[in-house]
Design a protein around this ligand. Structure first.
Ligand code: IPM
Ligand code: MG
Length: 355
């Protein structure tokens, strides 16, 4: 039985997760895949109940499952907590414990939403890129780290670390994905200043020798941030490390209109965790107005990458496109002349469109 661990999380997490599960169940009713779900609390809610954002039982479930779905974690309620038990540690713990090193964040323009972008139509029209972000290394996990007493004050330290095998394996993921797309990889680093990313460039260049059918370019991260706004269509696959990928993927998402639209997969082989790239949005939690599309599209990625159900995945994506075409919008992507709907209604419309 294909087994899915459900980590709904905090804020709007449970609301968008409910819609995503509903859609997946509708897919299952048609394709008879036989999904089984088990709830695995993580994040702030888990801390309140169990004193840790990643309870051992939740981690065990995530390890056992074929795929994990995560809504979102965090919120102001937990911001004052010690770093080691913050909701975000739950998410980071899952990523590192499951060794989900390959984070895939597509940013594709949905044509009906073109006017929701803050950039001009002629700049954003036809954007179709994917950020491949290394997810288990870099300054996120490097040691030494922490804040210590120092000369009468304090000193904060984080360390950027990458090893050859870590860079090698993520580079391969990017080249493989590029082969199925427009065959262009832009590797982003800061090799002019940071030795660690000089190594990154060296290893990516080495791996590229095995992928001569793919075009490789290198860009410094500051230039990449600028190029993404200036001419985003030049990008096909963007390959980068954990911290640069965190920043650039938010930037890429905004090009397409709303961060509420974009899904992600964090993979190690077939095993994967799937999450919307947006956060827990505490300001709108509980209001029933959050956009569930990023979560629903994350389920499509799950069908695609973990379960090899390509047709079912396309059916979800097509249904989302048609609902948008018909003019239905959640508040974050609303524009005058379209029909504003809530979270649940958006889920229902997508299911109806699939049938
Ligand atoms: C993301 C988020 C996380 C990250 C946070 C919530 C820890 O911003 O998935 O991009 O920094 O990786
Ligand atoms: Mg981020």
């Amino acid at each position: 039985m294909p087994l899915i661990a459900l980590c709904a999380g905090d804020g709007i997490g449970p609301e968008v997760a409910a819609e995503a599960v509903k859609v997946l169940k509708a897919v299952d009713a048609k394709h008879r895949i036989g999904f089984e779900f088990m709830e695995a609390p993580v994040g702030g809610g888990a801390y309140d109940l169990f004193g840790t954002p990643l309870p051992a039982e939740s981690l065990a479930k995530a390890k056992k499952a074929d795929a994990v779905f995560l809504g979102a974690v965090g919120g102001p309620k937990w911001e004052k907590l010690d770093y080691s038990v913050r909701p975000e540690r739950g998410l980071l713990g899952l990523r590192s414990e499951l060794d989900l090193y390959a984070n895939i964040r597509p940013a594709k323009m949905f044509t009906p939403l073109i006017d929701a972008s803050t950039l001009k139509r002629e700049v954003v029209e036809g954007i179709d890129m994917v950020v491949i972000r290394e997810l288990t290394g870099d300054i996120y996990f490097g040691k030494p780290r922490g804040v210590e007493k120092y000369e009468g004050g304090k000193r904060g330290v984080n360390t950027m670390v990458y090893t050859t095998p870590e860079i090698d394996r993520i580079a391969r993921v990017a080249f493989e994905i590029a082969r199925k797309r427009r065959k262009k990889v832009c590797s982003v680093d800061k090799a002019n200043v940071l030795e660690c990313t000089e190594l990154w460039r060296e290893v990516v260049t080495e791996v590229h020798k095995e992928y001569q059918d793919v075009e490789l370019s290198h860009m410094y991260v500051d230039n990449a941030a600028m190029q993404m706004i200036r001419n985003p269509r030049q990008f096909d696959v963007v390959l980068t490390g954990n911290i640069f990928g965190d920043i650039l993927s938010d930037e890429a998402s905004m090009l397409t209109g709303s961060i509420g639209m974009l899904p992600s997969a964090s993979l190690n082989g077939k095993k994967g965790m799937y999450e919307p790239i947006h956060g827990s949005a505490p300001d709108i939690a509980g209001k029933g107005i959050a956009n569930p599309i990023a979560s629903i599209l994350s389920m499509a990625m799950m069908l695609d990458y973990t379960f090899d159900q390509k047709q079912a995945a396309r059916e979800i994506e097509d249904a989302v496109a048609r609902v948008l075409d018909k003019g239905f919008r959640t508040a974050d992507i609303y524009s005058p002349g379209t029909a504003k709907v809530g979270t649940t209604e958006m889920g229902n419309l997508i299911i109806k469109e699939m049938q």
